[in-house]
Design a protein around this ligand. Structure first.
Ligand code: PRP
Length: 458
C-alpha cells in the first residue's frame, strides 16, 4: 500500500481510475465532481489533502473539453487546499495532436505571395515558403516602405494585395504582430477608409490588430475599421485557414492551475514535452504492443511491421528492430490542401508485404481513416492478414463502422481511453489494460524512484 498519497479519479475514465487505485492498494480520493445546471463544472474535495501528494487521473477523449476543465479546476482546488504536490495523470493527453497546417501539393505552406512582388522563386501555383508580407530587406523594392518610418509602413501595407486572403480577426492580430516587429502604430481614419475603397485590406488588418494590441481599448479608428472589415470581407482562395495551435495553451493552463508534474503516454509529438516548464513523463505504450505481438500473432518473426505514415516511422521501426522483423512504410504521397480533404491523400507503400502478415503500428486512431486506408493498400499489395496496433483508440465519429467494414482483421488498442462502448460495437477490437503501467509510474514518482524502467521494453 502506497502511503501519504491521494489519487483522485476524474470522470473521463472511471474504470481506469478504479484499476489504478486497486493496483496501488488505496481507495480513490474523495472528490465530488459534478455540474451546476448552467453547465459549469463543480469540484469539491471531500478529504484533507494538506501536505499530501495528489495524483489526478483524467484522460482525453469523450467530452474532452469538459474533462479538461474538470481537471484544471480539480488541480486548482487541491493546490489551494495546500496539497504538497499535484500530478496530472493524462493517459491520452488532450490537444497534443493538433491538425497540420494545410499543405499544397508541392509541400509548401499555403501562403500565397502577392502578385506584384514578381518574385522569380515562386512555385507554379504561386505559393511560396516565404512569409507574407516579406521580411524587410533594403534590396527588395516591396520592403522599402518598411524602413521609412510609420508613414512608409502605412503606404507599404496599403500596396500589399491580399484580396484573396481569408483571415480571421485573431489571425490578423497574430500576423500583424509578426509583421510590425514590435511597432504599435495606430492607423488614421483617413488611411483606413482609403484602403477600404481600394479593396486592399491589409491596413484593415492592421487596425484590427490595434484593437488587440491595445488590450481591448476600442477607439474610433478600430470600430470604423471593424465595420469596414465586415462589409468588405470576401472569402476567396489564398490564405485558406488559420489552425489554432492549442497545445501550448493547454500546457500553460495546466501549469497555471497548479500542476507540478505531468504523467502521460505516447504523446503524438514527443517534442510537446518542451511546451512545459514542469517535469513531463511520457510513458511508452510500445511494451504492451510488443508483448501482444509476441503472445498473440502466430509466426510474428515472419511478419512485417508497417508505419502508416512517415510521422510514426520511428515508433514502428523501434518495435520492428526489437522483434527482429521486416519493416515497411506507407508514404502519404500528396498532402491534402484542406484539413477536410485528409482522406483524399494518396498513399504509397515502401517495402514488401506480399504473402505476409502486416502489423500497422500507430500512436492513435481517431477517425480510423489512416489505418483503414492503410489496410486496404496492404491487402491490395498482397498482405495475407492486417493487424492495427494503436496506443490510443479515440475512435470518434463513425470510426467503428469504418473499421468493421475495412480490410483490417484485428485492431488492438490500449484502454488509455474508455473502450467499453467501442468493444460492444466492434468484434475486431481487442483492448490491452494500461492501468498497471500508470499505477507503477505513480508509485515510482511518489517514492522518487527512477521510472526509466517503464521506458524499456526489450
Ligand atoms: O484515425 P485518423 O483520424 O486517421 O488519425 C490518426 C492519424 O493521425 C495522426 O497522424 P497525423 O495524420 O496527425 O500525421 P503526422 O503523424 O504526420 O502528424 C496519428 O499518428 C495517426 O497516423
Amino acid at each position: 500500500m502506497v502511503r501519504n498519497i491521494v489519487v483522485i479519479g476524474g470522470s473521463s475514465h472511471p474504470q481506469l481510475n478504479e484499476s489504478i487505485c486497486e493496483i496501488l492498494g488505496i481507495p480513490q480520493g474523495n472528490a465530488i465532481l459534478s455540474k451546476f445546471s448552467i453547465g459549469e463544472t463543480r469540484v469539491e474535495i471531500g478529504e484533507s489533502v494538506r501536505g499530501k501528494d495528489v495524483y489526478i487521473i483524467q484522460s482525453g477523449g469523450g467530452k474532452v473539453n469538459d474533462h479538461l476543465m474538470e481537471l484544471l479546476i480539480t488541480i486548482s482546488a487541491c493546490k489551494t487546499a495546500s496539497a504538497k504536490k499535484v500530478t496530472a495523470v493524462l493517459p491520452l493527453f488532450p490537444y497534443s495532436r493538433q491538425s497540420d497546417v494545410p499543405y499544397n501539393k508541392t509541400g509548401a505552406p499555403l501562403v500565397k505571395s502577392p502578385n506584384q512582388f514578381n518574385k522569380p522563386d515562386l512555385a507554379d501555383d504561386g505559393y511560396t515558403f516565404d512569409s507574407t508580407p516579406p521580411t524587410p530587406h533594403p534590396d527588395k523594392p516591396w520592403s522599402r516602405g518598411l524602413t521609412n518610418g510609420i508613414d512608409g509602413l502605412h503606404k507599404s501595407l496599403a500596396k500589399v494585395h491580399i484580396d484573396d486572403y481569408e483571415i480571421s480577426p485573431t489571425t490578423h492580430t497574430a500576423r500583424y504582430a509578426h509583421y510590425s516587429n514590435g511597432i504599435t502604430s495606430h492607423p488614421k481614419r483617413s488611411d483606413i477608409s482609403e484602403t477600404s475603397k481600394s479593396g486592399d485590406y491589409f491596413l484593415r488588418q492592421q487596425a484590427s490588430s490595434h484593437v488587440s494590441l491595445t488590450n481591448g481599448v476600442n477607439d474610433d479608428n478600430a470600430s470604423v475599421t471593424s465595420e469596414g472589415q465586415k462589409s468588405a470581407f470576401k472569402p476567396s482562395p489564398g490564405y485558406k485557414q488559420w489552425v489554432a495551435q492549442a497545445g501550448t495553451l493547454v500546457a500553460d493552463l495546466l501549469t497555471c492551475a497548479g500542476a507540478d508534474h505531468i504523467i502521460t503516454m505516447d504523446l503524438h509529438d514527443p517534442q510537446y514535452q518542451g511546451f512545459f516548464d514542469i517535469p513531463v513523463d511520457n510513458l511508452y505504450g510500445r511494451p504492451l504492443l510488443k508483448r501482444y505481438i509476441q503472445q498473440h500473432i502466430p509466426d510474428f518473426k515472419q511478419c512485417v511491421i508497417v508505419s502508416p505514415d512517415a510521422g510514426g516511422a520511428k515508433r514502428a521501426t523501434a518495435i520492428a528492430d526489437s522483434l527482429g522483423t521486416e519493416f515497411a512504410l506507407i508514404h502519404k504521397e500528396r498532402r491534402p490542401t484542406k484539413i477536410t480533404d485528409r482522406q483524399n491523400a494518396t498513399m504509397m507503400l515502401v517495402g514488401e508485404v506480399a504473402g505476409k502478415t502486416a502489423i500497422l503500428i500507430d500512436d492513435l486512431a481517431d477517425t480510423s481513416n489512416t489505418i483503414t486506408r492503410a489496410a486496404k493498400l496492404l491487402k491490395k499489395e498482397g498482405a495475407s492478414k492486417v493487424y492495427a496496433l494503436v496506443t490510443h483508440g479515440v475512435l470518434s465519429g463513425d470510426a467503428i463502422e469504418r473499421i468493421n467494414a475495412s480490410a483490417l482483421d484485428h485492431v488492438v488498442v490500449t484502454n488509455s481511453i474508455d473502450q467499453r462502448e467501442h468493444k460492444l460495437k466492434c468484434p475486431k477490437l481487442e483492448v490491452l489494460e494500461v492501468g498497471h503501467v500508470f499505477a507503477e509510474a505513480i508509485r515510482r514518482v511518489h517514492y522518487g524512484e527512477s521510472i526509466s524502467v517503464l521506458f524499456q521494453y526489450d
